[in-house]
Design a protein around this ligand. Structure first.
Ligand code: NAD
Length: 449
């Protein structure tokens, strides 16, 4: 079969590329090896957010007495939470499948794609040909090269979503986004959680000042976090799994019922036959230029598979940019301004440069801060832990923003929008914010500049 565009992978990147190209009149073949929606919908953003709802409800119930709600009696049925999570995922994936199935321009193919040449892809013994191809095959969990990763009870972010009971003791290896999100959720579900992180701070991509304070906040909520821990191996002990790690000169252990491996993800390119057809890639992912085109003209790679930015929304916007490029449509998408959010309690979010990055690049800047503890709405909500830090260039433009606190994941977009429009701090100070709202934390930060 010949079409205008072949898209390999139906996660946020591939799906959005297929839908946009089809909307503009192209015939598209969309190939998916596992489930429509990819990691984000099936084993990532969405199921974890469903668990976040359970976790935040439990957190509120725990504090209910402080708000005058007395003599509450409740228990947590994890099976109900798991079932609800499956329903949420099912509802959203069915919506996508329905849309694709009813589209006259998209042919959905279930199977694993393999390049035969730069214009031909084979799936289930069928051949599909197109002038343009988008690779959007995502990423898979990376595993540490240590003993014991194959033991029962050692899981990745995919399997942990389907465990049947809340473990009494959970050991999380890696304090990146995945590690902390599961640590925060399972801690609120009642597990005793220990996080072991190799680096000096948690969330290595975040501003280190913020990461330090956020760590204190998580520890206060009962999560044990050890930095500079070099994990050496996992063994089956009599009462569960034993994770050994080195901390400075000492070798220590952490006992757990479940061990979550959250030490990063790697590009999913194994089955594509890329080397044979001359597509350049490294362990970080497929090499692409600023419009997401590979070294082979007409073949693009979007999302986690190119290793540029492993976030669902980055994949979607990269997909839009790639389709725009191949269809000759201009856009002003700024792939250097991608907000990121961490769904823990309290939430964390960032966009743009950190102080460390400014220093390294020799960029002149000023850092200004404001705190949730002096925000009226946050005080009313009883959620005063957190701060907002803005990084301002010498010409007044906003270079970055880092915050943690209630609804940080939603608040960050005001800053992203301003960065997209090159708004200066002087201009921002004229923008009226409603009172009392959490967004006043950002307004206050602006006043500090
Ligand atoms: P990550 O790169 O964010 O974090 C991995 C962590 O593991 C790092 O802190 C690293 O220092 C640590 N680590 C590495 N080797 C270690 C070792 N031997 N011992 C202890 N710690 C070790 O990766 P991740 O958390 O697995 O997430 C993968 C990708 O998925 C990221 O790009 C992330 O942004 C993305 N993601 C995003 C969201 C979100 O936007 N909310 C949610 C989940 C995942």
């Amino acid at each position: 079969m010949t079409c205008d565009l072949i898209v390999i992978g139906a996660g946020p990147g591939g799906y959005d590329a297929a839908v946009l190209a089809a909307k503009r009149g192209w015939s598209v073949v969309l190939i998916e090896a596992e489930k429509i929606g990819g990691t984000c919908l099936n084993w990532g953003c969405i199921p974890t957010k469903s668990y976040c709802k359970n976790a935040s409800l439990l957190e509120e119930l725990k504090e209910a007495e402080a708000y005058g709600v007395k003599d509450l009696s409740y228990s947590f049925d994890f099976n109900v939470a798991r079932e609800r999570k499956n329903q949420v995922v099912g509802q959203l994936t069915q919506g996508m499948q329905f849309f694709v199935d009813k589209s006259k321009s998209i042919t959905y193919v279930q199977g694993t794609a393999r390049f035969e040449d730069t214009h031909t892809v084979a799936v289930n013994g069928e051949r599909y040909t197109a002038e343009r191809i988008i690779i959007a095959t995502g990423s898979v969990s990376a595993m540490l090269p240590i003993a014991g990763t194959d033991l029962p009870g050692v899981v990745t972010s995919k399997e942990i979503l389907d465990i049947e009971a809340v473990p009494e003791r959970l050991c999380v290896i890696g304090a990146g986004v995945i590690g902390l999100e599961f640590a925060s959720v399972f801690s609120r579900f009642g597990a005793q959680v220990t996080v072991l992180e190799y680096a000096k701070e948690i969330l290595p991509n975040f501003d280190s000042d913020l990461a330090k304070r956020l760590k204190q906040s998580l520890v206060k909520k009962g999560i044990a976090i050890t930095n500079q821990a070099m994990v050496q191996g996992i063994a089956q002990g009599e009462s569960g799994l034993t994770v050994s790690y080195q901390l400075k000169e000492e070798t220590l252990t952490c006992e757990a019922d479940v061990v979550l491996m959250a030490v990063g993800r790697k590009a999913n390119v194994g089955t594509l036959n890329l080397a044979e057809i001359g597509i350049e890639f490294s362990p970080r992912g497929i090499n692409t230029d600023e419009v997401l085109q590979t070294n082979v003209p007409g073949i693009y790679a979007v999302g986690d598979v190119n290793g540029k930015c492993m976030l669902a929304h980055a994949a979607s916007f990269q997909a839009t940019k790639a389709v725009n490029h191949m269809q000759g449509v201009d856009d002003s998408i700024r792939l250097d301004i991608i907000p990121a959010a961490v769904f823990i309690s309290p939430e964390a979010a960032m966009v743009g440069l950190t102080e460390e990055q400014c220093k390294e690049a020799g960029i002149g800047y000023k850092a200004v801060k404001s705190f949730f503890r002096s925000n009226g709405k946050a005080v009313c909500m009883g959620e005063t832990d957190g701060l907002c830090k803005m990084i301002i260039a010498t010409d007044g433009r906003i270079l970055g923003c880092h915050l943690f606190g209630p609804h940080a994941a939603d608040l960050i977009h005001e800053i992203s929008s301003m960065m997209n429009m090159d708004v200066t701090l002087t201009q921002f100070r004229n923008f009226v914010h409603a009172h009392p709202t959490l967004s006043e934390v950002i307004q206050e930060c602006g006043k500090e500049g």
